[in-house]
Design a protein around this ligand. Structure first.
Ligand code: MN
Length: 733
C-alpha cells in the first residue's frame, strides 16, 4: 500500500521539463518553488519531514498530470495562505492574479469541514466543493493535495485516519471519478479501503496476489499472441496487462454478489494504438481470432462515457476457455482515461499572463458543466441539455452553499441572508437572532451570503424578535413563513390585550352609570350590540372600545335601549299588582358554587335580586345567606364567604327589596312613585314615608317585588326622573 517514492528537486524539475520548455514558465515555477520552500522553512509534517516535502510532491504529481505552469505554481504555494499567513495580495504581486486566485480557492475549500458522513450531506459536500472551486484547476490541485495526504496518512492518529478516509471516499473519490481522473480515483479508493476496512482489504489483496501468480503465464502468452497478430498487420501499438484496483474488486464482490473467481476483468489486456480506425480494425482481427463472449462488447468510442472516457471493451476466450477482457483505445483516449479532463487542457494553459482568457477557453474545452451531469442521479441524466442548464443554474445561480462553524452544509437560494440561515438551523435561532458572524466578521443580518461562507448566528433571549422589516431581508419562503407566523401571534396577543382592555372600559362605564355589568355584558347582548355597530363580532366591538375608536356614549345608549325594549315586550297587564297570583318571594334561583342541596336563602339586610352581584355567607346552622357583593355586613369576612351565582334566568322567580327615595315634599309624590312601580311591572309590597324635621324634605321607603336587577334599575332611574326627587337608592338594613 505504501508509496515509497521519494521526490527530489531534480526529479521535480525533470518531470516539469518533459513538457514545459518556455523559459518564462520555468522561471516562474522555480520562483514558486523557492518561495514555498522559504515560507515553510520551519514547519514539519507529522512524519517529521520538512513541510515542503508535501508541496514538492503535490507539484510533482501535478507535473505527471502535465498541469500548466500556473497550476504547478499554485500547487507549490497552496498552503502559504493558510499556514504561513501570506496575504492574497502578496501572491498576486510576487506571481500573478491567476495563481493567487488558485491558491485562494484551494485555501477556501481546505476550510470546509466535511464532518458528517450521511449520504445527503456527502452529495451536498460534493456540490459545495465544485461550486466553490469554480476553476477546475482548483479541484485538481485539491485532489492531488488529498492524494499526497492520503499517501502519508499513516503518520496521523487512527481517528483522523478514519475521518480523512471516509471524507475522501465520499467527497473526493466521486469528484475524481466524475472528472475522469481514473488513476487518482483508483489510488484514493484503495487508500480509503486500506484505512476503513483493513480486514477485507488484506483479504482481497492476498486473493489478487495468489491469482496473479496463477494467471501471469496465461496473460503473458495472450500478450505475445496478440503482439504477433498485430505485427502481422503492421499496426503501431503497445499492449500490456492491467490489474483492477482492489476496491473495485471488493465492490464487485459485495454489490454484485460475485465470488472472487467469477470476476472476469481482474486483469485486462490493453491495446493502445494510433487512430480510431485502428481500434476498430484491431477489434476485427481479435474477434476473428478469438471467440468473443456475447453481450460483452462495449463501444465507448462511438458512445463515450459522460466523464469523456473512450475505449472499446470486449471479452474473449482463448483455445483453453480462459477469459480475458481486452480494451482497445488510442493514445489520446488512454491519457483521458488516466488523467481525465486534465489531458485536454494540460498543454494549453501554456503562455503566461493572459490567463483569464485562457481560463475561459479551458472551461469551454473541458465542457465543465458537462462533467457536472455526473453529479446527478441516473434518473436525472435523461435530458442532458436540459439538465446542463438546470445544473448551471442550480450550482452557480440558484443556490449557494454555506456552512455552520461545525461544517454542516446548508443549501440556500442565491440572495439568502444570515437570517435565512438562522431559520434553517432552528426557528428559535431565527426568532432570537440579533446579529451574525460571517467568516469571522460581524455583519448585519441582511448581508447577502455567498457559497463557502461560514455563518454563525448570535442570539439573545432579550432579542426584540421578528419585525415586518425582516420579511424584506429573508429570501427563503421557509423563513418568511416563520416570521409571518410569529408576527401573527404577536398581533393576536396584542389584540387580546386590547379586547380585555375594551371589556374593562365598558364595565367601568356601566359602573359609572350604576348599571350592573352582569346584565349588559353577557355574550348574546354584546353580539347584538356589535351587529348594531356593524362589527363582525363582539370581540371586534371590544377591540374598537379598547382602541377608543367608538363613542362610549353611543354604546351605552344602544345597550340600555336594547335592554329596555326587551323588557317592554312583556305582557304588562299580567304584571300589575293584584292581577296575578303572587309567588312567595324567597324561592331562590340560587346556586352555591360546587355544592348541591345546600340550604340557601336571601339575606334580609341587603336583599339581593336576580342579576345583582352576590356572595354567599356561611352562617352557623342556617346554611348559606346570599348577600349583595357590596353589602357592608359581609365586608372583611373573607373566610366565611363562598361563591354563589344565579341560576338561569327564570322570569317566574321574584325578589323583594327596599328602595329609599329622597325628595322635596309635594302633592302626589307617593302616587307618582307608585305609578312608576306599576309602569315597570314591579309589585308594590309596602311603602312608608316620613317627612323630615325641616318640613321640606321627605324620605319614602318602598318595598317592591321584582324579577331582576335590571327591572329594578329601570324602575329606580324613572323614579329619579320624577319632579322634586333628589335621590333613589337601594336600602341596606
Ligand atoms: Mn496541502
Amino acid at each position: 500500500m505504501k508509496n515509497k517514492l521519494v521526490v527530489t528537486r531534480e526529479m521535480f524539475f525533470d518531470q516539469v521539463k518533459t513538457y514545459i520548455s518556455d523559459p518564462d514558465s520555468l522561471a516562474l515555477i522555480e520562483k514558486a518553488y523557492e518561495y514555498a520552500e522559504e515560507k515553510h522553512r520551519n514547519q514539519r509534517r507529522k512524519s517529521g519531514e520538512p513541510y515542503f516535502v508535501h508541496l514538492m510532491n503535490v507539484g510533482y504529481i501535478l507535473a505527471t498530470l502535465h498541469a500548466g505552469p500556473q497550476t504547478i505554481c499554485a500547487g507549490l504555494l497552496h498552503d502559504t495562505m493558510e499556514d504561513c499567513d501570506v496575504p492574497k495580495e502578496e501572491l498576486e504581486k510576487e506571481f500573478d492574479r491567476d495563481i493567487a486566485n488558485l491558491v485562494e480557492g484551494v485555501t477556501k475549500i481546505g476550510r470546509l469541514a466535511f464532518s458528517d458522513d450521511k449520504e445527503y450531506e456527502a452529495a451536498n459536500h460534493r456540490k459545495i466543493f465544485i461550486a466553490m472551486a469554480r476553476d477546475v484547476r482548483v479541484i485538481i490541485i485539491k485532489l492531488v493535495d488529498r492524494l499526497h495526504n492520503m499517501r502519508t496518512l499513516e503518520y496521523t492518529s487512527p481517528e483522523s485516519q478514519v475521518r480523512k478516509a471516509s471524507e475522501t471516499l465520499q467527497v473526493y473519490c466521486p469528484i475524481a471519478h466524475r472528472l475522469g481522473f481514473g488513476d487518482i480515483k483508483n489510488e484514493l479508493e484503495d487508500l480509503c479501503f486500506y484505512y476503513l476496512d483493513p480486514v477485507h482489504y488484506h483479504e482481497v489483496a492476498s486473493l489478487v496476489e495468489a491469482k496473479k501468480r496463477e494467471r501471469q503465464a496465461m496473460i503473458d502468452r495472450m500478450i505475445n499472441d496478440i503482439t504477433d497478430l498485430l505485427k502481422e498487420h503492421d499496426f503501431k501499438f503497445r499492449v500490456f496487462g492491467r490489474s483492477k484496483h482492489l476496491y473495485s474488486i471488493y465492490k464487485k464482490m459485495t454489490t454484485k454478489n460475485k465470488r472472487f473467481d467469477e470476476i472476469f476483468d481482474l486483469y485486462a489486456i490493453r491495446i493502445v494504438t494510433e487512430t480510431e480506425l485502428n481500434c476498430y480494425e484491431i477489434l476485427g482481427y481479435i474477434h476473428a481470432r478469438y471467440r468473443p463472449m456475447p453481450g460483452r462488447l462495449k463501444d465507448y468510442i462511438a458512445m463515450p462515457k459522460v466523464n469523456m472516457y473512450q475505449s472499446i471493451h470486449t471479452t474473449i476466450l482463448d483455445e483453453e476457455g480462459n477469459i480475458f477482457e481486452v480494451q482497445i483505445r488510442t493514445e489520446e483516449m488512454d491519457s483521458v482515461a488516466e488523467q481525465g479532463i486534465a489531458a485536454h487542457w494540460s498543454y494549453k494553459e501554456g503562455k503566461l499572463y493572459n490567463s483569464e482568457r485562457e481560463q475561459k477557453e479551458i472551461e469551454n474545452k473541458l465542457s465543465w458543466y458537462h462533467d457536472m451531469i455526473n453529479m446527478l442521479d441516473d434518473s436525472e441524466r435523461e435530458h442532458p441539455n436540459e439538465m446542463l442548464n438546470t445544473i448551471q443554474k442550480d450550482i452557480f445561480e440558484a443556490n449557494i452553499y454555506v456552512m455552520s462553524p461545525k461544517g454542516r452544509v446548508i443549501e440556500l437560494p442565491n440572495g439568502s441572508t444570515p437570517l435565512d440561515f438562522a431559520y434553517r438551523i432552528h426557528t428559535e435561532v431565527g426568532h432570537n437572532a440579533i446579529g451574525s458572524i460571517v467568516n469571522g466578521a460581524l455583519v448585519p443580518l441582511n448581508t447577502k451570503l455567498q457559497t463557502g461562507d461560514v455563518v454563525q448566528i448570535r442570539t439573545s433571549k432579550q432579542a426584540t424578535g421578528p419585525s415586518e422589516d425582516w420579511l424584506k431581508i429573508v429570501k427563503t419562503s421557509h423563513a418568511k413563513n416563520k416570521i409571518k407566523n410569529y408576527l401573527q401571534k404577536v398581533e393576536e396577543e396584542k389584540r387580546k390585550e386590547v379586547i380585555v382592555k375594551g371589556e374593562k372600559i365598558l364595565a367601568d362605564e356601566l359602573k359609572k352609570r350604576d348599571l350592573d355589568e352582569k346584565n349588559y355584558m353577557d355574550r348574546a347582548t354584546l353580539e347584538k350590540l356589535a351587529g348594531q355597530f356593524n362589527f363582525k363580532d363582539y370581540q371586534d366591538l371590544m377591540y374598537a372600545i379598547g382602541m377608543k375608536s367608538v363613542s362610549m356614549v353611543q354604546i351605552i345608549e344602544k345597550l340600555t335601549n336594547q335592554k329596555r325594549s326587551a323588557l317592554e315586550g312583556f305582557d304588562l297587564s299580567r304584571l300589575f299588582m293584584g292581577n296575578r297570583k303572587t309567588k312567595p318571594a324567597g324561592k331562590t334561583g340560587l346556586q352555591v358554587e360546587g355544592i348541591d342541596n345546600m340550604k340557601i336563602s336571601i339575606a334580609g339586610c341587603c336583599m339581593p335580586v336576580y342579576g345583582d352581584e352576590i356572595v354567599g355567607y356561611i352562617t352557623k346552622g342556617q346554611g348559606v345567606k346570599v348577600h349583595r357583593a357590596d353589602c357592608p355586613n359581609v365586608r372583611g369576612q373573607q373566610s366565611r364567604l363562598i361563591a354563589v351565582h344565579w341560576e338561569e334566568d327564570d322570569t317566574t322567580k321574584q325578589y323583594d327589596c327596599w328602595i329609599k327615595v329622597e325628595a322635596t315634599d309635594r302633592n302626589f309624590l307617593i302616587s307618582d312613585i307608585v305609578t312608576v312601580v306599576a309602569q315597570y311591572k314591579a309589585q308594590l309590597m309596602g311603602i312608608n314615608s316620613e317627612v323630615l324635621p325641616d318640613k321640606v324634605n321627605v324620605t319614602v321607603d318602598v318595598k317592591v317585588r321584582v324579577n331582576n336587577a335590571e327591572q329594578l334599575r329601570l324602575l329606580m332611574s324613572n323614579i329619579r326622573k320624577l319632579d322634586s326627587v333628589d335621590e333613589v337608592a337601594r336600602v341596606i338594613k
